[in-house]
Design a protein around this ligand. Sequence first.
Ligand code: 3PG
Ligand code: MG
Length: 397
Amino acid sequence: MQKKTIRDIEVAGKRVLVRVDFNVPLDTNTGAISDDSRIRASLPTINYLVAHKARIILCSHLGRPGGRVVEELRIGPVAEHLSYLIGLPVNTVRDCVGPEVENKVKALKEGDILFLENLRFHPEEEANDTYFARELARLADIYVNDAFGTAHRAHASTVGVAKYLPAVAGFLMETELAVMGKLLSAPEHPFACVIGGAKVSDKIGLVQNMLKKVDILLVGGGMAATFLKAQGHETGHSPVEEDKLNLAKKLLKEAEEWEVPLLLPIDAVIADEIKAGASTQVVPIAQIPPGTYITDIGPQTIELFSNELRKCHTIIWNGPMGIYEIPQYAQGTRAVASLLANVNSTTIIGGGSSAEIVQEMRLTDKMTHVSTGGGASLRLLEGIALPGVGALLDKSE
Ligand code: 3PG
Ligand code: MG
């Protein structure tokens, strides 16, 4: 369903409440923003509203303060960074609802920007409390949701508030939905999905839904161990979800039924310990010694996966191939990222850790699309509708 956007509504002179997802990673030592991709991704929406003379009220969550004020999670530094990026003042206020906020909103002139305090300082935000949603709504004439990364959460600022105001999508939301929509409904074939990450249990819905769409599925990462064990392989000390072995068998069978090749690693990097500096070895999958850990896919798997991916016109990637946080075990993940950056096909990176790696390797511009939403894009790939999107006006309304 196509959603109305800020292009479809008159914003000049109006008070516009814009929900963004500026839940950016903060350096654990300094508190500095370590990746500002999410802020940059919403600049087109903010710049449009400034250029069209809206009175802009921005709101976001930051981290998981759990419904109380956490000083380190105040929105100030984020607002300051936004101000730096757009070259305009961005004012802040010490709450997100209440009289002080209302006074500051009243004082907004056309093109002015006010950034509300972290929404999650109030427990009512995550509870999608009606009264709180109405307090947010009374600040504005129009509601814009540009927070794709939070669209899988039914919170007051993503769902509740949309009941009380004309609710439209921002440009980031529009782009994310268009890319994912095309991917799921009309991808150019051959279409491949590369899946990784720690647990099979996190990716069941993804595997099941993607089997109906793709021509090939490539599985790496910690979750591969559960599949390998289900096939009868020795997996050493690698974490295996014992209670998911039958499920892994079922997924392998479903892949057969859909006639979709589901490729697992054929070799692996193994180590005696999961820590930097441990001595490692590359072994074929059939020869993993008991007592060792699988830490990454091996070079032959990289080659196998690369050959398959080179044949594809559309590739979606979700999840690392190994324990990429330790550089020694990041080669498989980095190889997939590099390959995707260099093929002439549509390459889409699910949010979360895959996006983080691509950003860190400075390959973002070489991908067709890097999603700003890990959980949200995963839900879409599972075939699940996002509540934050459902709450917006349809194009036809
Ligand atoms: C995210 O980073 O996943 C989104 O901002 C949503 O945050 P949450 O997972 O804490 O709800
Ligand atoms: Mg999350």
